[in-house]
Design a binder for this molecule. Structure first.
Ligand SMILES: [Zn+2]
Length: 296
């Protein structure tokens, strides 16, 4: 019996995404919303980490979301945007603790004289604040709402502007799908966070890596992310139905196939562990004394 569902297709693929690595370093998404791509492209970070700048030209201030990795050229690209707009940074927000988003936060905080705000108290620095779901911030006439989106990791936040732009961090990516970084990440929470973001409606998703997801596509991409996770669950059930007992490494290899680059094996295994935990919690599978997974 084959219990695998049909593999869902990413609605962005047939429409044609800009090729990997072709994102401009600096893009004005809007006059007061800028994406600056850090020079840390890799299989794990796609085109590099996106730093977003929300500008308030009238008030002369700006919010920096996810400063990214330590890099002189990235810092000077961000400074250029701020200088050209005649604004000064007033705050740094972090979507989550992963270093490709947060590594340079304290350095920039010192250099720019602003605080770092995040969900995890250990990341908060200077005059920054601990951020919680539904917190609201004003930047000139703009409102910025904190949307807790645990799942990729437990401290993950997204930031919604009243223009409908959602600064999504690694909750959703501009290409392919996100990793559930088990054990910090959690599939059940991730699926809830996807549903929560879909409910916000009418949005342009600006991910932490890769190009933006248009308002027209955002709902269908969220649906694809949900279906993709259920497809992975069905693959595991199908594999265990056939092979009876397997270790997590073998399940991961089976799911992702021989083309998975070595450097992506660890994140793939984390996502597989998240799926296995989800199925164990629902009494679909269990672990034997040799740490092999079996159907119940
Ligand atoms: Zn990231």
């Amino acid at each position: 019996m084959d219990m695998t569902e049909e593999e869902p297709q990413d609605p962005r693929v047939k429409l044609g995404l800009p090729p990997l690595g072709t994102l401009e370093t600096v893009t004005y998404i809007e006059d007061e919303l800028v994406r600056v791509v850090a020079p840390n492209a890799s299989p794990n970070t796609l085109d590099g980490t996106n730093t977003y700048l929300v500008l308030d030209r009238v008030g002369g201030t700006a919010l920096i979301v996810d400063p990214g990795p330590v890099s002189d050229s990235h810092f000077s690209n961000v400074k250029d945007v701020l200088d050209k707009a005649h604004v000064e940074a007033s705050a740094i927000f972090l979507t989550h603790h992963h270093l490709d988003h947060s590594e340079t936060a304290r350095l920039w905080s010192r250099d720019l004289g602003v605080g770092v705000s995040a969900f995890l108290p250990r990341l908060v620095f200077g005059v920054g604040r601990v951020l919680q779901d539904d917190d609201l911030f004003e930047l000139g006439k703009k409102n910025i709402k904190v949307v807790a989106t645990p799942g990729h990791v437990h401290d993950h936040l997204a930031f919604r502007l009243d223009s409908g732009h959602l600064l999504a961090g690694d909750h959703m990516l501009g290409r392919s799908t996100s990793v559930i970084a088990h054990p910090d990440g959690d599939l059940e929470k991730y699926l809830s966070s996807l549903a929560k973001v879909k409910k916000l409606g009418n949005q342009i998703i600006l991910p932490g890596h890769g190009p933006e997801i248009s308002e027209k596509l955002s709902d269908s991409v969220i649906d694809y992310y949900i279906r993709h996770r259920h497809y992975r669950l069905s693959q595991i059930v199908s594999i265990l139905d056939r092979d009876l007992a397997m270790h997590v490494d073998d399940i991961t290899r089976e799911i992702y196939g021989p083309d998975l680059p070595d450097v992506l094996f660890t994140p793939a295994k984390q996502s597989t562990r998240a799926s296995l935990t989800y199925l164990v919690q629902r009494d679909v599978i269990e672990v034997d004394e040799e740490e092999r997974y079996i159907l119940i």
